[in-house]
Write a protein that binds this ligand. Structure first.
Ligand code: ACO
Length: 427
């Protein structure tokens, strides 16, 4: 028998159906609550609120489980690659060889970014943060691709997906090139997606650029780990912006802005800045652990804690190993990394962090790898955005195909009541 939730309010009892997902998580469906009772629910930060039904990603924060379309993140990180995972997320199944080839060719076909986009990037000061530039350039893509996408039209949707995957990668690297004063590079259709990232970022017209396969493999894994994470802040943003029927590029641009914040994707940059600050202040790790525990001090250990994972972050386990491999293979000896290891050990042994289930999250280690790969700190969140892109696209597409209503939360008003307007001369 299906479960029913009962609510008693002012002597009346209301019944609400319980809905269950395929992984057995449950929700009380309160969609009729306001109609029936006149009340709304209050849930700041949406900690208890499901906003949609989704077939894309499952995660269990208590057990530390993350799956894309039913496959565990561990298996995908070990056996798959970023483009295949992107296909899986966006189109719902692992591609056949032919399907994957078609996808890669589609990405190549649309990889040229309109030359006039260079005028737009030229308008930014050299010091602009790459995430701000990326959000603006993503939005600007709309001007060059004005047709809004019909998610029900398979070929139109496929074209839009390929365009987004290729052009976003190119403009993401342009934000770095602009900052360095380097000429902007073009996608190379003879290389794969992640190789292209390295080449777009680092190759110079003055000489050949050698792509290191160890680096490409580590990056590929990092992108897989970041590819989707169900209804997080930036993904919910993409869905809610798209729910007004704003286009794909505009919705993704909003996702980039949401990701930028230090409590979300910006944390990987914040981790490195924190480690540098600790180093510059004499490397006293214990002092910073005390600061993080002090409730009168706003300082938090960046890269620790997670809204959903209250046990461990499964991505952090995989990435920790990748970080060790990369550092070993590249033979990197960096004092910042020593501080990171000390901090991790001290926090994991400390009761404050243990009792609150505060473990290193994916951003703690991703920043360390990016640094080892020579990626500048202010590009870290851009790296996250490149990885998250297929997730955003998949969620946007699903939201449109499910014909979800416009996202529009309610509120409880707590402002003034009944004021009378006073003329400006009498105030
Ligand atoms: N350092 C010190 N104390 C912390 C930290 C931290 N990093 N994170 C949480 N706490 C403490 C809080 O002060 C609170 O303590 P209290 O119960 O004594 O009041 C308790 O742990 C619970 O914290 P909340 O803020 O309620 O947890 P919430 O789930 O809302 O926040 C968040 C999660 C935002 C990730 C938080 O842990 C944080 O700010 N971490 C640092 C930033 C970070 O690494 N963000 C990346 C997240 S991963 C991602 O976006 C991919």
């Amino acid at each position: 028998m299906s479960e029913i939730a009962k609510l008693e309010l002012n002597g009346k009892t209301y019944e609400f159906p319980v809905t269950e997902g395929t992984e057995k998580e449950k929700a009380i469906d309160i969609s009729k609550l306001r109609d029936l009772t006149g009340y709304i629910t209050m849930d700041q930060g949406y900690k208890n609120t499901g906003s949609c039904y989704s077939n894309i990603t499952f995660l269990d924060g208590e057990l530390g489980i993350l799956k894309y379309r039913g496959y565990t993140i561990e298996e995908l990180a070990e056996k798959s690659n970023f483009l295949e995972v992107s296909y899986l997320l966006i189109f719902g199944k692992l591609p056949s060889k032919t399907e994957l080839e078609k996808f890669e060719n589609g990405i190549r076909k649309y990889s040229l970014v309109h030359e006039e986009m260079k005028n737009i990037i030229d308008g930014f000061p050299k010091t602009a943060h790459p995430m701000g530039v990326l959000a603006s350039l993503t939005s600007a893509l709309t001007a060059f691709n004005p047709k809004s996408v019909n998610a029900n039209n398979e070929s139109e949707m496929f074209e839009a997906v390929c365009k987004t995957m290729s052009k976003f990668l190119v403009i993401a690297t342009w934000t770095y090139r602009k900052n360095k004063g380097y000429p902007l590079n073009y996608y190379d259709n003879t290389k794969n997606y992640v190789e292209n990232f390295m080449q777009l970022m680092f190759s110079l017209p003055t000489g050949p650029y050698k792509i290191d396969p160890v680096v490409v493999s580590a990056l590929d894994k990092l992108f897989i780990l970041h590819a989707d994470h169900e209804q997080n802040c930036s993904t919910s943003t993409v869905r809610i912006v798209g729910s007004s029927h704003a286009g794909l590029f505009a919705s993704i641009s909003a996702g980039v802005s949401a990701l930028w914040g230090p409590l979300h994707g910006g944390a990987n940059q914040a981790v490195l800045e924190m480690l540098e600050e600790i180093k510059d202040n004499g490397g006293d790790v214990a002092k910073y652990i005390l600061k993080a525990k002090d409730k009168d001090d706003p300082f938090r250990l960046m890269g620790f804690g997670h809204r959903v994972y209250k046990n461990f972050d499964p991505r952090a386990k995989i990435i920790k190993k990748a970080a060790d491999d990369v550092l070993d293979t590249l033979g990197i000896d960096d004092p910042i990394l020593e501080i990171a290891k000390q901090l991790e050990k001290a926090a994991l042994e400390d009761d404050y962090f243990k009792s609150r289930n505060l473990y290193p999250n994916v951003d703690f280690y991703s920043g360390i790898i990016y640094r080892a790969l020579g990626i500048p700190t202010d590009m870290f969140t851009v790296m996250f955005a490149i990885g998250r892109l297929p997730g955003w696209i998949a969620q946007w597409k699903e939201m449109r195909l499910n014909k979800e209503p416009i996202g529009r939360p309610r509120q409880i008003y707590t402002g003034n009541v009944g004021l009378q307007y006073v003329d400006i001369n009498q105030r």
